[in-house]
Design a binder for this molecule. Structure first.
Ligand SMILES: N[C@@H](CCC(=O)N[C@@H](CS)C(=O)NCC(=O)O)C(=O)O
Length: 203
């Protein structure tokens, strides 16, 4: 059994793991982490996730304890032999895009979100993140030209990047009309049966 530490809301980082668990059908139990006065108060979570972040998982079968959504996606893909190619070069390609999200898109979206909620929102800083995100959209749009998915078949690269792409118009004042391949891919992802309502399905 996999214990899945998450918060109640469908944050994009948590959503990646929710979708992956639905895609793979791996048996799991949800542990919803509480906050009090804005602070995490869950000692269980801190044992698993030293940074105090969700998502995190414990796999009771193997003893693995993992935080960082990219590492969790890789682990669940390897465990289930799903959504990751066996071929080394193809696997490297998938991991390149997983790391692109973890190192670039995720942090930029998270920072922008922080400033959008902040009283001290600084237009210059927010503009910097919006420009970065527009650049990432252009990169993804080029990668998706002539492809249904980022790396051939659907993979953890798609699952890592989708939850951010699904909200980027709303958050970053970006129109996906400017990135038609990216918009078409968001539509393809939205039609997958594991996507949409996965948080309500106990994922
Ligand atoms: N790089 C991390 C980011 C995780 C992250 O920042 N998670 C947020 C929720 S989306 C969190 O737990 N933030 C700390 C907090 O809310 O106290 C990952 O990909 O898992």
């Amino acid at each position: 059994m996999i214990i899945f530490y998450r918060i109640q809301s469908d944050s994009p980082n948590v959503r990646k793991v929710s979708i992956m668990l639905q895609e793979t059908g791996l048996p799991h139990r949800v542990h919803t982490v509480a906050k009090r006065d804005g602070e995490r108060v869950d000692d269980d979570l801190l044992r698993v996730s030293p940074n105090g972040t969700v998502p995190a998982i414990v796999d009771q079968e193997t003893g693995a304890t993992l935080f960082e959504s990219g590492a969790i996606l890789y682990y669940l893909a390897t465990k289930s032999n799903r959504l990751i190619p066996a071929d080394l070069a193809a696997r490297g390609e998938v991991m390149k895009w997983v790391m692109f999200e973890a190192a670039n898109m995720g942090p930029a979206m998270s920072e922008l979100y922080h400033y959008l909620l902040s009283d001290a929102a600084d237009e210059a800083i927010m503009g910097r993140y919006r420009r970065k995100l527009a650049q990432f959209c252009a990169i993804l749009d080029r990668q998706l030209a002539g492809r249904d998915y980022l790396c051939g078949d659907c993979s953890i690269a798609d699952i890592a990047i989708f939850p951010w792409s699904a909200i980027i118009e709303f958050m970053a004042e970006i129109s996906l009309d400017d990135y038609p391949n990216l918009r078409a891919w968001v539509d393809v992802m939205n039609r997958r049966s594991a996507i949409g309502g996965e948080m309500r399905q106990g994922g």
